[in-house]
Design a protein around this ligand. Structure first.
Ligand SMILES: Nc1ncnc2c1ncn2[C@@H]1O[C@H](COP(=O)(O)OP(=O)(O)O)[C@@H](O)[C@H]1O
Ligand SMILES: [Mg+2]
Length: 366
């Protein structure tokens, strides 16, 4: 069965689209990130304080951008179902959550059945509404007994531990602070530290790393989750504005080291089992300086990119939502209650019928 996954994370860098084959296992056939224009990105980030009219409008234009990403990744392939995470504009764990990117628009533009809005069902069942990817981590890696830390480094960084005592939580910032520092230092000319080039030129201020690690989030016991609201521009300006203005390369080197430290430190504090392997996904896997810090800090535990398992690190989360959609149209539970804290696993997602929907219902899809 072919499926498409669509995702835009906290970075709001763009819509990542994947085409996957789901059979025995999950194979990524194609993937691509369709970047948001910096103006669109700023519009998205401002939605947290927008009024109802602006939100309603955004739901439709973001839906169009997701639909366009879907069409461009499908290129006419016979896709059975599209799973769309949407763009989170608000998330209060366990209380309420809002993802935009109207699924009706995606279904109408593609003709394919769409499953979207996965988080609310888990909240309705008493869960945090996040994280949802651990279901997929267990699906992909749960088959053997090796203890793995599946570390995603998006805007925020989160880990799933499988193989030993299963657990999942946000370790803290991912690329969010690095990106924000790059934007400040380049006056918006650059959106991120491509291939860690800026960090590679700077030197790390260890005392500042230690001060940053003093933030109470890192000592808090899991389950825990965080967001861009905490590891924000304000966080950065309050702690290293002067350094950012005078020695930007050192500041970016220091933030890159701090991001790695917060991950390594979280394992030390909160993972009881001895970790056999760390598998990194998300855009952070493409930052060689961040990866080098992680390897040095976690030595001798091997730190690999998810690409070692044949899945591009940038494609993982989108591929996860493709799988969740496939499970949903098969009527299978697709949440991990052990990760979200829900009373039970549920079939998460709302279904918008496409042209193939009746065939899907009768099991004759695509
Ligand atoms: N070549 C690269 N070098 C360094 N960082 C990169 C590279 N490619 C992507 N990134 C980082 O990854 C981020 C996007 O990662 P992603 O996994 O899509 O996060 P999110 O899920 O928050 O959207 C970018 O904002 C950037 O910081
Ligand atoms: Mg992204």
């Amino acid at each position: 069965m072919l499926a498409v996954g669509l995702m835009s994370g906290t970075s709001a860098d763009g819509v990542t689209a994947v085409l996957v084959r789901v059979g025995r296992g999950l194979r990524v056939l194609r993937h691509r990130t369709f970047p948001f224009h910096p103006r669109e990105r700023r519009r998205i980030l401002s939605l947290a304080t927008a009024d109802a009219r602006v939100l309603s409008e955004a739901n439709f234009w973001i839906g169009e951008r997701f639909a366009e990403a879907a069409r461009r990744i499908m290129r006419g392939a016979p896709v059975t179902v599209i799973g769309s995470h949407g763009q989170t504009v608000w998330h209060e764990p366990g209380r309420h959550t809002l993802q935009l990117g109207e699924a009706s628009v995606i279904a109408e533009r593609t003709g394919v059945t769409v499953v979207a809005d996965f988080r609310p069902r888990d909240i309705a069942a008493g869960g945090q509404g996040a994280p949802l990817v651990p279901y997929v981590d267990a699906y992909l890696f749960g088959g053997d007994s090796r203890v793995r830390a599946l570390q995603n480094i998006g805007g925020i960084a989160n880990v799933t531990i499988v193989g030993g005592k299963r657990t999942a939580f946000d370790t803290g910032p991912g690329n969010a602070l690095i990106d924000e520092a790059v934007r400040i230092a380049t006056r918006g000319r650059q959106e991120y530290d491509e291939d860690g080039r800026i960090a590679a030129r700077g030197s790390v201020d260890e005392a500042l790393v230690a001060r940053l690690m003093g933030h109470p989030y890192f000592a808090k016991r899991p389950p825990k989750s965080t967001g861009r609201e905490l590891f924000s521009r304000t966080f950065l300006l309050e702690r290293c504005e002067r350094m950012l203005r005078s020695r930007a390369e050192d500041a970016i080197a220091t933030l890159t080291c701090f991001t790695a430290r917060s991950i390594a430190d979280a394992y030390r504090r909160f993972v009881r089992d001895r970790i056999d392997e760390v598998v990194v996904s998300g855009g952070g896997a493409l930052n060689p300086v961040l990866m080098r810090h992680l390897r040095e800090m976690l030595d001798p535990v091997p730190v690999r990119s998810l690409s070692a398992y044949g899945i591009d690190p940038m494609a993982k989360e989108a591929a996860a939502f493709a799988l969740l959609a496939v499970e949903a149209v098969r009527g299978r539970l697709n949440t991990a209650a052990w990760a979200t804290g829900a009373r039970r696993g549920v079939v998460a997602g709302k279904i918008v019928p496409g042209r193939n929907f009746i065939r899907l219902l009768t099991g004759a899809a695509p």
